[in-house]
Design a protein around this ligand. Structure first.
Ligand code: CO
Length: 341
């Protein structure tokens, strides 16, 4: 199916990931164990390893541009925004090693996008544990052709209301970098050992925590409105629990002490993607965020992504064609800075 045949305009998937086919042996390079590496199985399949542990099964769409474009064409996707994954960020390592990883994977993203005929658009990564360095790396990435940056939603116990992270977001606004906040390093790990529970429970809470950190701390009052920031996975638990948060803000002074306005009044300051996998959830998300603040995102090509890419929005029973067109590809250019917002 081509995107034209849907009659809903261009389709831009703004949440997809890549892994390069190979990269330098980081354990050898830095002289420490437990770095990510690729174990290829020879049939287009591979396992991302962290040291000796299996992290995730993947396939060649992660690194092979033509394979990727073939699947995009099958699903009527015109463009994808690609970024690496948090397992490659190295936020817990020395900052210079994390910067070296950013250099390796940011260049790999540029190379993939360069060979895609404009179908793939790159986001960079940065050493977020060192704010000065992170600002330098994002500036450099923007000069090199990246459209923005993907960051993990926290660095150890440092959340998005941290002064350093606010400085980083102010810097992203200054240099015009779109920001994608991706949950990682999920809370409650000791209680979620099986069934991918960290991905099913804690990931959604991580994202809600990040959004509330920015709202309740008053950070949004200090960050310029020109910042273009998006939270993955529909903003996690945020939309469903916003009524609870507003109620707490009204009833308890300790909730509103740093937050001037009702939490729900800040939904025009950020975007979320559409990766919620359920029409009722998408309908609620649309009511909470508005049709201008939701962008088509799949988490392609990972196993927990939207397999029938774009179908959730295309077949949404309560969205009209105008809203579908905005979400499928109309809103993303403004977030990416590809046209005036
Ligand atoms: Co993702």
């Amino acid at each position: 199916m081509s995107s034209e045949s849907s009659g809903l305009g261009p389709v831009i998937d703004m949440h997809t990931h890549f892994f390069p086919e190979n990269w330098p042996d980081l354990a050898e390079k830095f002289g420490t164990p437990d770095w990510p590496w690729m174990k290829h199985h020879g049939d287009g399949k591979a396992t991302v390893m962290v040291g000796e542990k299996e992290f995730r099964p993947i396939y060649d769409a992660c690194w092979d541009v033509s394979r990727r474009i073939e699947e995009m064409d099958q699903h009527g996707v015109d463009k994808q925004v690609i970024c690496s994954t948090p397992v490659l960020f190295a936020y817990r390592r020395p900052a210079d090693q994390s910067a070296e990883c950013a250099y390796i994977f940011n260049n790999a993203a540029l190379e993939m996008c360069g060979g895609s005929g404009g179908r793939l658009l790159p986001l960079a990564q940065v050493p977020l544990q060192d704010i000065d360095l992170a600002c330098k790396v994002v500036s450099r990435a923007m000069e090199d052709g990246h459209l923005g940056v993907q960051i993990g939603n926290h660095v150890n116990d440092i959340d998005m209301d941290d002064e350093g992270l606010i400085t980083f977001l102010q810097h992203c606004a200054e240099v015009g970098a779109a920001v994608l906040v991706h949950p990682w390093d999920m809370m409650g790990g000791n209680r979620m050992k099986k069934y991918m529970l960290p991905w099913l429970v804690a990931m959604a809470a991580e994202t809600q925590l990040s959004i509330l950190s920015l709202i309740l701390s008053g950070a949004f009052e200090r960050i310029p409105k020109s910042l273009r920031i998006c939270f993955a996975h529909g903003g996690g638990s945020f939309a469903f629990l916003l009524g609870r948060v507003d109620n707490a803000w009204r009833e308890r002074d300790i909730v509103r002490v740093d937050c001037l306005n009702p939490p729900s009044s800040y939904v025009d300051r950020f975007y979320v993607d559409s990766a919620v996998f359920n029409h009722d959830a998408l309908e609620l998300l649309t009511k909470v965020m508005g049709e201008d603040r939701i962008m088509f995102g799949t988490d392609y090509p990972f196993p927990l992504g939207e397999i029938q890419m774009g179908e959730l929005i295309r077949t949404a029973p309560t969205l009209n064609d105008s809203a579908k067109a905005k979400m499928l590809g109309g809103n993303a250019p403004a977030w990416l800075g590809l046209e005036a917002a």
